[in-house]
Design a protein. Sequence first.
Length: 739
Amino acid sequence: MANDLRFQVVGEAFKKKPLDVKAPSERPCEYFGKHVFNREKMYKYLPKDVYNKMVDVIDNGARLDRQVADAVAAGMMAWAKENGVTHYTHWFQPLTEGTAEKHDSFIEHDGKGGMIEEFSGKLLVQQEPDASSFPSGGIRSTFEARGYSAWDPTSPVFIIDDTLIIPTVFISYSGESLDYKAPLLRALKAVNMAATEVCHYFDPAVKKVTSNLGWEQEYFLVDEGLYAARPDLLLTGRTLMGHDSAKNQQMDDHYFGSIPERVAAFMRDLEIQALMLGIPVKTRHNEVAPNQFEVAPIFEDTNLAVDHNMLLMSLMKRVARKHGFRALLHEKPFAGINGSGKHNNWSLSTDTGVLLHAPGKTAEQNLRFATFIVETLMGVYRHNGLLKASIMSATNAHRLGANEAPPAIISSFLGKQLSELLDHIEKADKEDLFSMDGKQGMKLDIPEIPELLIDNTDRNRTSPFAFTGNRFEFRAVGSEANCASAMITLNSAVAEALVSFKKRVDARIKETAKDFEHSGHNATYHAIIDILREDIKVCKPIRFDGNGYSDAWKAEAAKRGLDTETSCPVIFERYLDEDSIRMFESLGVMTKKELEARNEVKWETYTKKIQIEARVLGDLSMNHIIPVATSYQSQLLRNVERMSGVFPKEKASQLNARNLKLIEEIAERTATIETQVEELVEARKVANKIADEHQKAIAYHDTIAPMFDKIRYQIDKLELIVDDGLWPLPKYRELLFIR
Ligand code: ADP
Ligand code: MG
């Protein structure tokens, strides 16, 4: 019997037409932020003094008092009502993937038997979701199984359908963070404080330093019907089996190719909705693999950018379904073709301009630029293992280290010009660096930085942390990840480096002040150069401009003392290194207790993911693959029998030779699969007995995950020989090329 379901869904997928997406009558800049309670709406709906107070809260971190909160809530409510909103929710980012929300309506008893709608400052500012079922790594013991969510006024509230959505942090009653946003806000504060102080060496007028993030989100689209016929995609987000399509990405014809119509309609729809939600999406294109695409906004303040990425990921899933697609955010949904990442373009800027942008005008500006580059490298060097931990997950592990994605060793590519600049500062004769220039006094001999840097085409695609003109691009982040994880670590590492830099520069200034009196030399710049020269030497091992995929680099990186670990659960241990704890605690980002609790969650999540994959693979092997292969084998056997009845013995055995070989191959492969699935079940039983989450995750990594590929190998071979009409699961060529 033919496999009807598969042919039916393939046929339907072929017939689907692009949806007709109605473009709004206004231009994008007119409807941008339409569903957001942004400054423009605040100005309109809040009393003047409340508006001013809110601006102070958002821009300067001023405290928000109860009266102001009440007034803000009233303004929000008025705006929300005009937009048909009936519910509100506190929206937060738990340690699982994605976001969480619980909707409440505005209605309350009015005390006279009727109902009124109400929304107070109290409800806006704080709420208690029933938090006991969010992972907390044991921070919330059963008797205090409660956490609360608290409004983050720096990220504006917005409307989706009938609901007012309030971005919040999620904290336990004992004060520990149970989410990504709380530590992110603390890390951003730390880098702001540290960087502002360092900026004061160059410009005392700088008031604040902002961390910026521009993410590039990669994803796959798959037809919804085909997706539903793949239990592995549905339950694990990736295909656990499936032979390569004869054609996939080898022709390089998808990248920057024209966007298929059904997909283009989806993208238009997504962009319109994203813009209305205030997400400044700008770029869309095909990616390298078939059915792979990318969307990227204009960069924003990191906290807002993180929220916008979380929002976009959930919006994308929704809009995809409307268009008969499923959006796959998994880092490696298909073997044999590229996986998906999320480049995190990161920079620092002051209220007066981007800090990592080479100005090339004055020596002082160039010195400031060099300072921030070198101290960023110091942070990345000191915490390269931790940074890897911050982007690691069971799913991203498939992508890292493969020959398409960043290697599993963190290093930084600077390009020729920037490398030369650092080499010059390090090696130039000190006398030459500081020359006296007549009346003007000291002159710094920092070579001018060419404008060209900004259009740096000399981009090394294999580098996980590449300088690209006015920012660093952290390319190891997974497509499914919350960017906050990487941003917490990166901003903390840079903050720590800047704090240490400042301390050492100040000490040096004190030591040398006397020597420079009346010399016309600037003691501060001398001290800065001294410390930079030290640091350039120290962090040199992180600089690598070569091919990150080569084995030679792996050996070299180990020699340089960089972290070369590849096991996901072991990499998580970096969070509990003394250096990491000291850094997070000293900056007030996370405590040891929080770090321990969060690692429990990480290990548990890792185990669960592998566990689910193991179950799905086992089930599909036993109830999809083996029965179908056996059924085909029976057909062949019948054929062999009948042939033997028709032809003389010798002729029959000659004619039956091919089928007999197939029968044997099927018998052997199905038997192997069966044995391997049994072994898999046994290995799980052993691992499940381990009580310690850390050790259990390691067992799952070491003994269970490696069995998947062996089973898959046998299944994929069967896919090649079993009658296509019987095969139950949509094949790669169908999943990846159908519009
Ligand atoms: P690519 O050429 O790597 O695809 P794009 O030009 O598409 O890069 O930009 C990628 C992202 O980098 C965008 O989100 C963009 O806004 C962001 N970006 C540009 N400049 C900066 C900066 N100084 N800091 C942070 N992000 C930036
Ligand atoms: Mg990029």
